[in-house]
Design a protein around this ligand. Sequence first.
Ligand code: MN
Length: 302
Amino acid sequence: MNQVIQVSEKTRKKLIEYYQEKKKDKKIPYVVFQAVDMDTVVTLYESGKVMFQGKSADVDAAMWKEIDGQSMVDPVKVKEQEKKYYFCSSIGSDEVGTGDYFGPIVVTCCYVKKEQISFLESLGIRDSKKISDEKIKKIAPEIAKKIAYKSVILSNQEYNEKYTKDVHMNKIKALLHNRVLYEMMQEKPQIDFIIVDEFAREHRYYAYLEDAPYIQKGITFLTKAEDKNLAVASASIISRYLFLKEMDKLSDSIHIPLPKGAGSEVDQIGEEIVEKYGEEKLKEIAKLNFKNTQKILHTIIY
Ligand code: MN
């Protein structure tokens, strides 16, 4: 099905940026830009019209309409929708470590019953992103005592073996979320929603699971889900807790404190580690596909 929408100059730029990697180089008259993204062909015309062709054309067109500010969403309705995801029994999942060069990827899902919401609120877990590491270390065990959860920790070694051109970060995330959610659902929880903090569009998420042995369906994908749903917020906290623990273990094992993130401090420490233990060590403690690896290995003079 084809969908055509008109977008502003600003949105055109965003669109080109968004689909840059999927760009087609073929020259077509009146066409400024064309890309093929999964099963959708996106064509931007000089006139500012964008045509979406393919199975999920309507979904993509709707997304860009919204980005362009054309959506007719009623803010009151949005608030009501959000309340619905907050005051409910739900399973929610979130991951940590995907932006960190050192350390594993941790994905957790939590099962929060409606009756447990006030307990979680009393711990002050809203805005889980802003909670300090110290507080995470204090409250995560409290949450884990009362809230059912499933976690998976993907070590750096496993990550580096898995990661290829076809199995990239988002696919790895999807497989891990799918795994914990599916496992939790086997326990037949009484829930209104399964919520995932959105890292990929829905159709793409399921496309990543193409060859998974089982697929957990019926997920609601929300952006900033950790602010909207306490199961996701709890999952985020437990994931962070486990991540911090693993980072402590790795740091102890090499007697060098490992920094989070992927900035210049990470490169410096990386060099120190390679000097002390050799290149091979990075396989066990870092995500080799990150640009940091190049930087670390290039700046070392043997
Ligand atoms: Mn997240």
